[in-house]
Design a protein around this ligand. Structure first.
Ligand code: S3P
Length: 430
């Protein structure tokens, strides 16, 4: 499906609803299914990725009820999971696949978990090796590095694992396996990636401890179901904020957005670039900080982002390339090589597509350098089947002369169903 978008004739004004956080929605379902008792999570994100998690859990015999966006899980503990009759389908979602593999590593069940063509290209060796070291029988394609994965879980032993990539999904898979292992599982590194799993595990009563800046350890423990209020997704909010920062005359308000510091790196980049961002009503609910955000348009300057700042804005990096096109000077991102193994090769995709619109952008092995301000012009561009690329291009389209057609638009349903309507509504002011 294509979408055609023209240059925004006026600013984005008013208040917008941000969809519930995707990472927290996945975790509320998976941890709720591992807990004993009822977990009620709302508002749950009704996007393709999170629905893939629910359908896998249902196939594992978990009682899942969805009433609008209110999710209820009657958890019977991990012992309550049963062997699925067919293949578990994680769709496009690496979070579903990697976290479920961690949980399944401790279950005496035989499961095959697969996904779509994009997920089949994603690296899985990073979870297969440590889960094997803990005692799980797990294998996959291409020397056990790609899906589909076969997991035959069972008795696990705690290990010490040094994180090679700063990935929240790997860390979470090990924590969910560690919860079921004998002895202690220590994870060294990985503390700058998103910490929603750690926060929710503590909320549900897990025996999880942090040592210094760098290490955490988990011991076998039972989780108790609980109530979870899910904040708005800062990664989805980022697209609306970038549009408001770029389109002159904008003043946008977003309520109840998750402000977890391991996710909020984009806000500080936006501030450094000169956008007028204000936070208010900061509060903490269910171990997760949230607050309201206000953004006004401004003239932007280029920013340099080094690798230590990348994990806290990993999903927003393609959007920085779009902001960089409008900013005076050079915007450089380095140390973001992980983007090459996301839903698409996000470095190649955003550089190639923005170039079609007239951007002066150079691809680096682990990032990009973009010079601005550039006069963008409408073009026919492609989402590469990647929701974050599709939405970043839509923001670029609002600043380009003439119409832009984005093909493969349907992928926005992975994280932000209704993004096109929200954008049009904010631009038209109706
Ligand atoms: C996610 C972690 C990140 C992120 C992804 C969601 C999560 O991936 O890019 O969109 O929910 O844990 P990595 O853990 O591979 O960095």
């Amino acid at each position: 499906m294509d979408i055609r978008l023209g240059k925004a004739g006026r600013g984005l004004n008013g208040e917008a609803c941000v969809p519930p956080d995707k990472s927290i929605s996945h975790r509320s379902a998976i941890l709720g299914a591992m807990a004993k008792g009822r977990t009620a999570a709302a508002p749950f994100l009704l996007s393709d990725d999170c629905l893939s998690t629910l359908s896998c859990l249902r196939s594992l015999g978990v009682e899942v009820e969805l009433d609008g966006c209110e999710l209820a899980i009657e958890g019977r503990g991990p012992d309550g999971w049963s062997e699925p009759a067919g293949i578990l389908d994680a769709g496009n979602s690496a979070t579903t696949m990697r976290l479920l593999c961690g949980a399944l590593a401790g279950r005496p069940l035989a499961c095959v978990i697969d996904g779509d063509a994009s997920l089949r290209r994603r690296p899985m060796g990073r979870i297969v090796s440590p889960l094997r070291a803990m005692g799980a029988d797990i294998s996959g394609m291409d020397d056990d590095t790609r899906p589909p994965l076969t997991v035959r879980g069972g008795r696990l032993e705690g290990i010490e694992h040094r994180m090679e990539v700063d990935s929240a999904q790997v860390k979470s898979a090990l924590l969910l396996a560690g919860l079921q292992a004998r002895g202690e599982t220590r994870i060294v590194g990985g503390r700058s990636s998103r910490d929603h799993t750690e926060r929710m595990l503590l909320l549900m009563g897990a025996d999880l401890e942090f040592e210094g800046e760098d290490t955490m350890s988990i011991r076998p423990s039972a989780l108790a179901g609980c109530k979870i209020d899910i904040p708005g997704d800062i990664s989805s909010a980022a697209f609306l904020m970038a549009a408001a920062a770029l389109v002159p005359g904008s003043h946008l308000r977003l309520k109840g957005v998750g402000l977890n510091p391991t996710r909020a790196g984009f806000l500080s980049a936006l501030n450094t670039m000169g956008a007028l961002v204000m936070e208010s009503d900061y509060r903490e609910t269910c171990n997760e900080p949230r607050g309201d955000l206000e953004v006004r348009s401004a003239s932007l300057v280029g920013v340099e982002v080094e690798s230590d700042r990348v994990p806290a804005m990993i999903d927003e990096v393609p959007l920085l390339a779009v902001l960089g096109c409008a900013a005076r000077g050079v915007t450089v991102v380095r140390g973001a090589g992980e983007l090459r193994v996301k839903e698409s090769d996000r470095i190649a995709a955003i550089c190639g597509e923005l170039r079609k619109m007239g951007a002066e952008i150079k691809e680096l092995p682990d990032g990009f350098a973009v010079s601005g301000p550039a006069e963008l012009r409408g073009a026919v561009v492609d989402s590469h089947g990647d929701h974050r690329i599709a939405m970043a291009l839509a923001v670029a389209a609002l600043c380009a002369e003439g119409d832009t057609v984005i093909s493969g638009w349907e992928c926005v349903n992975i994280s932000f169903p209704g993004f096109g309507q929200t954008l049009r509504h904010l631009v038209s002011g109706s």
